[in-house]
Design a protein around this ligand. Structure first.
Ligand SMILES: Cc1ncc(COP(=O)(O)O)c(C=O)c1O
Length: 416
């Protein structure tokens, strides 16, 4: 039995407990896209979460609550670490963390020696950006739609070292992958030393053709750093599929970990050239752990990654991705093209998944978010940057289509 089959069997067995073996066998036989439409199945998954009755939560893009089994396991771990206190920290934490790191690396499809557990995507990507040996005139390529914290970190390097940032602006509905690839190519020069690209743009939900961008950049000798804050445990892929050089994600988003868990993967031959932010001269230059010396840390958060992976793999990434895409389309298909409503998300279903962004004529993004909450009890977030004006709508596996129908009703009423 290979690793994948083994995981599938474990997951199957656990969902068998949840659904009853017979019912589960029927579900397990369904292709993910069919199961994505099976409301009773997803209602059972929904019951694994404790949801507030006060509002409909359509803002999973920032932080996704933990499922109850994950939260319970996390709280048990907090108590265990608290009980043994420094004895735990001096003895068991290293082996326990190593086991989690190995499991996370297996899930990502990379060797554990190339991956560290961080607090979040910001820490991971900023470690890479600030770890470069920048010289005046060096260049980096990125997009206006990238995340603000990383754009700021590049701006900081520009101020400090005189390197230069070249910023492209992504089309929302590209005619083809090549249009995006060419856009990035147009910004590459002989001085380019790093290209940053989002796997999924946070303000629009747009999925970018990362592997093709990596091939292009490598053709020019440029390494690629991927911001996977929203893609890991959301889309079905392994990091090597992307052919990138650096990959980062936040595990409190789509993996459903406690707050403050992330990952950084660096291709083995790229590790030695990075300067750590926190010095640890006990680590060899080509040991990725040199980038991970952040001091005493809430280790129970890292340990709970294990519990979140258990829950995630019980559902299975193919089923989860199919459901998330179905949820998004279930509401966007009802409002696309309606007067007064603008969708700021690609219309091609392959170019987005759970996340979409919508604007209503006559309302600023802030007014729309406020009205949705105050009048319709729907929690979203206003986005007003890089030419994107609307509210971001992010359902999750606990979201029902009935909740999204409420959103559709609200949008139609507001658009008049
Ligand atoms: C695309 C993208 N990158 C990076 C981040 C930063 O994530 P974190 O705050 O978990 O570090 C976010 C947060 O939403 C994001 O959307």
């Amino acid at each position: 039995m290979n690793q994948r089959d083994f995981v599938r069997t474990i997951g199957g067995a656990s969902l068998g407990l949840l659904f009853g073996e017979e019912r589960w066998a029927r579900y397990a036989a369904l292709p993910p896209r069919r199961l994505a439409q099976d409301e009773p199945f997803w209602a059972t998954i929904r019951r694994q979460y404790r949801l507030t009755p006060d509002y409909i939560n359509l803002e999973s893009g920032y932080y996704t609550m933990q499922a109850e089994p994950v939260l319970d396991a996390f709280i048990r771990r907090v108590r265990e670490v608290n009980l043994s206190a420094s004895r735990y920290m001096r003895t068991r934490q290293f082996d326990d963390k190593l086991a989690v790191r190995r499991r996370l690396a297996a899930m990502a499809g990379v060797p554990p020696e190339e991956l560290i557990i961080t607090r979040n995507t910001t820490e991971s990507l900023d470690t890479v950006i600030a770890g470069f040996d920048w010289h005046a005139g060096d260049e980096a390529v990125m997009a206006a739609q990238d995340y603000g914290a990383m754009l700021d970190q590049f701006r900081l390097q520009a101020r400090r070292y005189g390197m230069v940032n070249r910023v492209v602006s992504l089309p929302l509905d590209p005619r083809s992958d090549e249009e995006i690839v060419q856009l990035y190519e147009s910004a590459i020069t002989p001085r380019t030393r790093l290209l940053m690209v989002c796997h999924m743009v946070n303000i629009t939900g747009q999925i970018l053709p990362v592997a093709k961008i990596c091939d292009l950049a490598h053709g020019h000798g440029v390494p690629v750093m991927v911001d996977g804050a929203h893609a890991f445990a959301h889309l079905e892929f392994a990091i090597p599929d992307l052919r990138c050089d650096y990959y980062a994600s936040s595990l409190h988003k789509w993996l459903g970990c406690p707050l403050g868990a992330g990952l950084l993967w660096v291709r083995r031959d790229r590790i030695a050239a990075l300067w750590p932010i926190f010095a640890d001269l006990g680590m060899a230059d080509d040991d990725i752990r040199k980038l991970n010396h952040t001091g005493t840390h809430p280790v129970h958060t890292d340990l709970a990654i294990n519990d979140a992976i258990d829950f995630h793999q019980r559902i299975g990434i193919a089923r989860k991705e199919a459901r998330l895409r179905h949820l998004q389309r279930s509401w966007t298909d009802q409002v696309r093209g309606r007067p007064g409503i603008t969708l700021n998300t690609p219309s091609d279903p392959a170019r987005s998944c759970a996340i979409a962004n919508v604007g209503v004529a006559g309302l600023t993004p802030a007014e729309l978010a406020r009205t949705l909450l105050e009048r319709y009890r729907i929690w979203t977030v206003a986005i007003d940057s890089a030419g994107v004006r609307g509210v971001r709508i992010t359902p999750n596996v606990f979201t029902s289509t009935a909740e999204l129908d409420s959103l559709v009703g609200a949008l139609r009423a507001l658009a008049g």
